[in-house]
Design a protein around this ligand. Structure first.
Ligand code: SF4
Length: 461
């Protein structure tokens, strides 16, 4: 149609089609003549470690070869982390490495999942033209079904998973988090809490034990708020059900919130033969005002009370915690509170990190006003303090016996394993083999590990 208002010259021009984005390229799926192979890569917390194992199982179930070396793979899956800025940078670095890998053979594809997939969603497909798929690892069924349809001609029934080369495995029991700590992005990228039914967890543990696993860590961002969707049973009941799995020697759980650390939980650690005497209970700060700004919803006195109760129930309990240094507005006096708490509790291990804001969190709207040099100075001060405390606590074990699950052979040829309190222990060459549960007399100790002599087999639970 030519509009009357156009000049005679303009009327001769033809309209151009509206410029639009070209439709997104669908990945090319080549005819392979064999089973497709997947390379898995992950970064971040233990949840991602567990997600990797679960994805490997799902991929094997539909007939893909999971855990292939990158050079042999047709599809690379990145399981990512958005909790810290530098983790995201590492993901982008890994992605950059994959671009030439993808171009070396037509038909290769790259998928991304994990927290970055949730945080940025399909915007990543726009930002990274070489990326083929983004999916939510919590709802991987859709992605798995798509792979199954795309590669249907190459699939030939499930691929049997090899015996596990690990003696320990993570078992997710609850995803997401209902707390809203002001510095944390987890509730935004992992959503609200969702517990797995007891039966499903127990079945997963059975499967792992059949493949050679002897120790499981029940996993969740807020693991001690676990609640079975059917019975309403809490973590102690789940631990009792896991304890009954024949062939399992040890269980632990990670990570706990102090608000949900109940006396029944400590009794479960004391009473269940497989429950290890270890509690990781993040405190984050040793000052009430700081804790309020972090929205941790307990006081330092509450935390101390919980720890006292835990130790009264399980005297041999090893304690570890997480602490953030240099949170928004942290004063010298507030920092001194954290230092005093560390000194008085005497944790076995402390995971320390300097605060860095995560976009999208409540704390990111506050000024990040503790200078980097001050954060570093405080961090180093606490690192040195903790080194002394860990050394003191480990040296107390010299001359005593500990139970060690031998896990592997170190670079120096010596077997190593961990005690029930999760302390790494090195043993003399040639005396024990991976997979054995032994009693060990502790001969020496540093801040980081124990050295010992095997003195007999340990009783299996
Ligand atoms: S409890 Fe842990 S995972 Fe949940 S919001 Fe707080 S720091 Fe994040």
């Amino acid at each position: 149609m030519v509009l009357d208002s156009l000049s005679p010259a303009a009327a001769a021009l033809r309209t151009l089609p509206l410029a639009g984005r070209p439709p997104r390229r669908e990945p090319i799926v080549p005819a392979l003549g064999r089973r497709p192979r997947v390379h898995l890569w992950h970064i971040g917390c233990q949840m991602n470690d567990a997600d990797r194992e679960r994805l490997a199982e799902e991929i094997a179930e539909i007939g893909f070869v999971p855990e292939a070396p990158l050079d042999e793979a047709d599809l690379a899956i990145l399981i990512t982390c958005a909790v810290r800025q530098n983790a995201e940078q590492k993901v982008y670095g890994k992605f950059k490495e994959l671009v030439p890998w993808k171009h070396r053979r037509p038909g290769r594809a790259i998928a991304l999942t994990g927290c970055m997939g949730v945080e940025h969603g399909s915007a990543l497909l726009e930002r990274l033209p070489e990326l083929d798929y983004v999916f939510d690892v919590r709802e991987s069924e859709g992605f798995i079904a798509k792979l199954q349809a795309l590669y249907a001609g190459e699939l030939d029934g499930p691929v049997p998973l090899p015996a596990s080369d690990r003696l320990s495995a993570y078992v997710p029991i609850i995803g997401g988090c209902n707390e809203m700590c002001t510095y944390c992005i987890v509730p935004f990228v992992r959503g609200r809490e969702q517990s797995r039914p007891v039966g499903e967890v127990v079945e997963a543990v059975h499967g792992l034990v059949e493949r050679g696993v002897r120790e499981v860590t029940l996993l969740g961002q807020n693991v001690n708020s676990y609640r079975d969707p059917g019975s309403g049973g809490r973590l102690p009941q789940l631990m009792a059900a896991v304890d009954a799995v024949p062939g399992l020697w040890r269980q632990r759980f990670l990570t706990s919130h102090p608000r949900n650390a109940s006396p029944q939980l400590f009794e479960a650690i004391r009473d269940l033969p497989t429950a290890c005497e270890q509690l990781h209970l993040p405190v984050q700060a040793g000052d009430d005002s700081l804790l309020r700004r972090m929205r941790r919803l307990y006081t330092v006195a509450d935390y101390r009370h919980i720890i006292e109760r835990a130790i009264a129930t399980v005297p041999s309990l090893a304690l570890s915690t997480d602490i953030i240094v240099g949170f928004c507005g942290e004063t010298d006096a507030e920092f001194a509170g954290t230092e005093a708490l560390m000194q008085s509790v005497g944790f076995d291990v402390v995971h320390l990190q300097a605060y860095s804001p995560r976009p999208g969190t409540a704390a990111a709207r506050r000024p990040d006003d503790v200078p980097l040099a001050v954060k570093k100075r405080r961090l180093n001060r606490l690192l040195a303090l903790q080194r002394d405390i860990s050394l003191r606590r480990n040296r107390r074990l010299i001359g005593g016996d500990v139970e060690v699950l031998v896990e592997g052979i170190g670079g120096d040829g010596r077997p190593f394993g961990r005690t029930r309190q999760n302390k790494v222990t090195c043993l003399p060459r040639g005396r024990v083999r991976p997979g054995e549960l032994v009693r060990v007399t502790v001969g020496d100790a540093s801040a980081w590990q124990l050295e010992g002599e095997p003195c007999g087999a340990a009783a299996e639970p």
